[in-house]
Design a protein around this ligand. Sequence first.
Ligand SMILES: Nc1ncnc2c1ncn2[C@@H]1O[C@H](COP(=O)(O)OP(=O)(O)OP(=O)(O)O)[C@@H](O)[C@H]1O
Ligand SMILES: [Mg+2]
Length: 135
Amino acid sequence: MGADFLRIHNLHVRTGDKSILKGLDLTVGRGEVHVIMGPNGAGKSTLANVLMGHPQYEISEGTIEFCGQILNDLKPHERAKAGLFLSFQYPEEIPGITLETFLRAAKAAVTGEQVNLFDFHRDLQQKMALLDMDG
Ligand SMILES: Nc1ncnc2c1ncn2[C@@H]1O[C@H](COP(=O)(O)OP(=O)(O)OP(=O)(O)O)[C@@H](O)[C@H]1O
Ligand SMILES: [Mg+2]
């Protein structure tokens, strides 16, 4: 296996005075799928949020390394450009904006290239078929 994909080392996270994560280590290799389970309040959502750079959480110690790059001080949009994506358990509906429009805008923002509407639609359909997803 090649270099680690995601390497979290000794991560300590707090919000205000409250210490939430206290020395978390997690290494994920490329192509691996990990499921994190734990009781309510264990800090699962906090980990997801802190990976993406939610401003409410402060890293007081430790590092998050993604594809060889330390993410600690990057803004959420910079992390997105590095390839991180946080999906929503309960996505917000934004009236008038379809999921396809959102995904196309997100891709353009990350790659810096505008994608033709019809090409994007075709690619999306292909990827959805690959994943066996309903339209
Ligand atoms: N923004 C915040 N302000 C204050 N306390 C917070 C904040 N976010 C999380 N916490 C606290 O941190 C702890 C971990 O919460 P978190 O939501 O990460 O747990 P979880 O593992 O996702 O739980 P659940 O299984 O209920 O989703 C809890 O005690 C929670 O109250
Ligand atoms: Mg949670």
